[in-house]
Design a protein. Structure first.
Length: 419
């Protein structure tokens, strides 16, 4: 390995969480002073010559996915996913050929994938080009959505943010794979900074009242037309509350919301990097059950209200189950019931009780993942048993206190030899 190792982080722009995770890891690596050359590699660009979706529709796969999110055209996504996997499988050999050529030219010291669906092609191409290079998949979902989503039966490293995902990787992956459990989803470093904010003063600066319960409404970077009907229901509700609505890139929605007149106050924002700021001014979160949105809200002590039904993406349905299991929010069958859900949340001290439960969670995954990558770089290949069938190579135990001096929980190594 070179004295200054090169790490390739594989991402794409389907949704926003994959690029965000890669950038967050890169930021922490730089801030902690690791002498690594980190390259962000957009998988869509590498595979553009094979993008059958663009050939059929004129739109790239990642852009097609984002369009479906923006328009809310997700009904039937359970059936669309196997169809997409069938197309990916059809072009698997060509993907492996393109990626093998790329690895032979670039020769990284480690490849870290933060994308689903393509990990088989990434792994097989890397083994053809450079079998000694470690391959790590960092799941950016609360759980796998098998088959062929995040976890493949191949001898690699997995980093998982929930016990459910870690168990899936252990059971569905290769028995020789190495599985690490961290304390949550990867968040941008800004969510760990706690600037002094005068909440009352900042609310008033935005034209809101200082004393009212405030809900943050956010449906990812593409926004959602659901937000408009939600603004009408909660804006004209008899409940005394106010909303901060972030529309992302959906400029048409932002303009529509800015024109709406309601009894309760609504502050409308477009695409912004200041989501942590707006969350700090809020009391609860409303949105789709995306892993990033839920994790960001929980990190900043906001109970969540999410929806789970036939329109919910298959890979996000467990997220709603997780919210129920942890008791950190409400899960609705349909956002048409949003007014009743908010009324229940604000009644009888439930909001404060949930806030206390949320505050006990301590997600430091972005720092923990960097430490795991450091350990893999230091140990991979030194013990040849990792590459031999049936072997079970153990890495040293890791504690969160090793990362930044804080105390919390232990980073669990899941023993891949267990049945």
């Amino acid at each position: 390995m070179a004295l200054r190792p090169t790490l390739d982080f594989i991402y794409f722009d389907a949704g926003g969480g994959h690029r965000s995770a890669a950038l967050a890891l890169q930021s922490v690596i730089q801030a902690e002073g690791h002498d690594w050359n980190v390259r962000l590699v957009n998988l869509q660009e590498l595979l553009d010559p094979l993008d059958v979706f663009r050939k059929l529709t004129g739109v790239r796969l990642q852009d097609l996915y984002n369009l479906l999110l923006a328009k809310g055209w997700t009904l039937g996504s359970t059936y669309m996913l196997p169809m997409m996997h069938a197309v990916i499988s059809m072009y698997h050999k060509q993907q492996v050929r393109l990626l093998t050529e790329y690895w032979r030219r670039q020769r990284p010291d480690m490849v870290v994938s933060v994308v689903p669906n393509f990990n088989r092609a990434l792994f097989e191409s890397l083994r053809l080009a450079a079998p000694d290079i470690p391959f790590v998949t960092v799941l950016t979902d609360f759980a796998d959505c098998p088959p062929h989503f995040w976890v493949e039966r191949q001898q690699q490293y997995f980093v998982c943010g929930t016990p459910r995902a870690a168990e899936q990787a252990r059971e569905r992956g290769d028995a020789r794979a190495k599985v690490f459990l961290v304390s949550g989803m990867i968040l941008r470093p800004e969510f760990y900074r706690a600037p002094e904010v005068d909440v009352a003063q900042e609310r008033e600066r935005l034209g809101l009242r200082a004393d009212l319960p405030t809900g943050l409404v956010l449906f990812g970077g593409e926004g959602s037309n659901t937000m408009f009907s939600m603004a009408e229901r909660l804006g004209d509700s008899s409940l005394d509350l106010q909303l901060v609505m972030i529309c992302g890139r959906n400029e048409q929605l932002r303009h529509r919301l800015q024109k709406v007149k309601t009894r309760n106050r609504i502050y409308v924002e477009g695409l912004t990097k200041e989501v942590p700021y707006y969350m700090r001014l809020s009391d609860f979160f409303i949105g789709k059950p995306g892993p990033g949105s839920i994790s960001e809200a929980i990190k900043l002590n906001l109970p969540v209200i999410v929806e789970s039904n036939s329109w919910t993406l298959p890979q996000e349905r467990y997220n709603a189950d997780w919210v129920r299991e942890q008791g950190v929010g409400e899960v609705l069958k349909n956002f048409r019931n949003i007014e009743d859900a908010v009324r229940d949340l604000l009644a009888n001290g439930r909001l404060q009780a949930m806030k206390e439960r949320v505050s006990r969670m301590d997600n430091r995954a972005v720092f923990e993942v960097v430490q795991i990558l450091e350990r893999i770089l230091a140990t991979h290949g030194k013990d040849q048993s990792h590459s031999q069938p049936g072997a079970n190579r153990e890495l040293p135990a890791t504690h969160a206190s090793d990362i930044d001096g804080s105390v919390p929980g232990e980073l669990a190594d899941i023993d891949p030899s267990r049945n």
